[in-house]
Design a protein around this ligand. Sequence first.
Ligand code: ATP
Ligand code: HMH
Ligand code: MG
Length: 721
Amino acid sequence: MTADLSVYLVTDAALCGERGVVETVRLAVAGGVRVVQLRDKRASDPETVAQLVALSEAIDGRALLVVNDRLDAAVEARRRGARVDGVHLGQADASVLRARELLGPDALIGLTANTAEHLAAVRALPAGTVDYLGVGVIRPTATKPDHPEPLGVHGFAAFAARSPLPCVAIGGVGLDDTETLRDAGAAGIAVVSALCAAADPRATAAAFRRRWLARRTPHVLSIAGSDPSGGAGIQADLKAIAANGGYGMAALTALTAQNTQGVRAVHVPPAPFLRAQLDAVADDIRIDGVKIGMLADVAVIHAVAAWLDARRPPIVVLDPVMVATSGDRLLPPEAERELRGLMTRATVVTPNLAELAVLAGRAVTDWADALAAAEELAAATGAAVLVKGGHLPGDESPDALVDAAGGRTEFPGSRIPTGSTHGTGCSLSSALATRLARGEEPAAAVRAARAWLRESLRAADRLHVGHGCGPIHHLAGMWERGGVDTRPAPGEVAEAWWADTAPLRADIDDLPFIRALADGTLDRDAFVFYLAQDALYLREYARVLAEAARLAPTSAEQEFWAESARGAIAGELELHASWLSPGEGVSGATFAADAAPATTAYLDHLRSVAFGGDYAELVAAVLPCFWLYTDLGRRLHAGDFGGAPRDPAHPYASWLETYADPAFERATAQAIDHVTTAAARADAGRRERMRRAFLASSAHELAFFAAPLAAVEGRESPVPV
Ligand SMILES: Nc1ncnc2c1ncn2[C@@H]1O[C@H](COP(=O)(O)OP(=O)(O)OP(=O)(O)O)[C@@H](O)[C@H]1O
Ligand SMILES: Cc1ncc(CO)c(N)n1
Ligand SMILES: [Mg+2]
């Protein structure tokens, strides 16, 4: 069989010391050892059998277990239920032919070899008798006192080049030899003292594994369904693997007929054909990581489980897909139980909240439940659980990684405002598999995969794919860094931002203040309160506009914002002065009024953005005061709210006129142009900060309009600031 022989531990009871062989092996396997060879020349056969049983339990299928020399002990331990994958035999040990006969075609059988005669003998054996050669020693070593003349790295390379079988380098191998031997053609490095005598075998094994994987493109296989619309399934997986630095491969479990709106049909090819795909890949290509997605039915799950058991890929990320983003089932309920069986074979499982509830068999209603359920599931299956908070209500989308020992890392993150989340789960699990296959530590791998996912989510709406829940932009970061111009046109930014304010604008339209302003029934005190606050606001707004002028990159923009500042302080206050005139007896109130909470909150927001010194963000923050007023003024003036604003008897007629002023409309068009041009030029991160500043100001506009009536009626404003 083909196996991952990369980091191969040979035990030495004396070197393991008080920690013992079993605990040393457990730690080393947790760190990334792929093959464990029990080697104890002095142990009796019954002792060896007992050791194999204990080791098989400790390894629990996460690495291959072979025994040195003792074929009979291997057979007996298997009889007692231990999982013993094979034997390693020396030239003087029991015949490899007999081992193959007793252990079967799937066993891992190794043979020590280091001379031309040994190679000739191997060539004479029937094909499939021996799987690999143990070749050494590389350097003089105390762990094999009777060792032959050391080969050195060059001797090893020459031998491996002539060998028809994979060669594992053994004898005096240390951490610093890892890449050298790998590049000399080793299929793996066998380590004795560097691991058995290590103070922390887990960390040392992880270091070997990292060094082994360093500077080498990981080969990642997706076992998943097809989504012809390209956003989820293997199509998403291949893009995610490529974007995260891996070579992607895909074996299809199912074909779906789906698009961004839903799944129309599913076709599941026979399970043996899936097995044929998997074997075709594994027989030829080193597999560094596997991602498992849609499994379609019980037969497929069983086929994947059997293949995993036969091949033992080093990294398995299982995304327990049950329901598509669209709500369509991708796994029948009776197969859900079977998924739990697969979990024990996974490195990491990545359920969303609903899947976690099913797998853990308990209700998951909030994030605390999710963390508790993830802990139970990880402890029960031995797989780490990455629980995803994409479906949590609210503004946060956190994930958390919980390992089988109960260790937990949380990854906080704000929700990215987009409807394009088709295939996020597929993409995240593939990115994670790729990074783990490259040897990244689990928490670091999750962090990097999430950073990539978030970058791809932020750019998602720019793809304009489909009419439903669109895909993420898998290659957004690559395109941006590679100089592909993917920036939006200013008009596209304007359209998107305007759409984002739709709920706020609807709320403004529904305010009793606006309704009463339109039909002239607005309480006069409320109107005066509003004007006084507006006057306070405009005085500071003018300073903020002046700051925009100071930061402006072009003289045209400098002139525009300076002129707007002048307009704010002069024109608007002049208007207000005519309303709050001495005859009305309230003019002193203009500057004398205290700022209401809504006013202070809005100004604090504007000043903090101005203080940040980013021109683009600042002009985005000042835009709603132009845009929302122009829109509202135009519609008030047109009588869209009922009432008769052009009626000279309307008490607020002249106020309403100002905002429908064509000069103000032109200024607003200019402001939109300057701001969206700056947004279109900005990189994705700054563009998002601009959008947030724009939306925050829009929300303050709503609160500002809601405040007056509440204030004069002595109640709390319905829109908190
Ligand atoms: N709007 C969003 N903003 C930021 N992150 C998000 C958003 N939506 C989902 N995510 C992230 O995307 C990843 C997938 O999470 P989710 O809970 O949506 O999984 P899923 O339901 O399995 O996805 P899928 O629908 O593709 O199967 C997680 O890292 C989650 O935090
Ligand atoms: C093929 C496939 N796999 C997974 C998902 C989950 O989003 C999907 N929609 N389609
Ligand atoms: Mg999912």
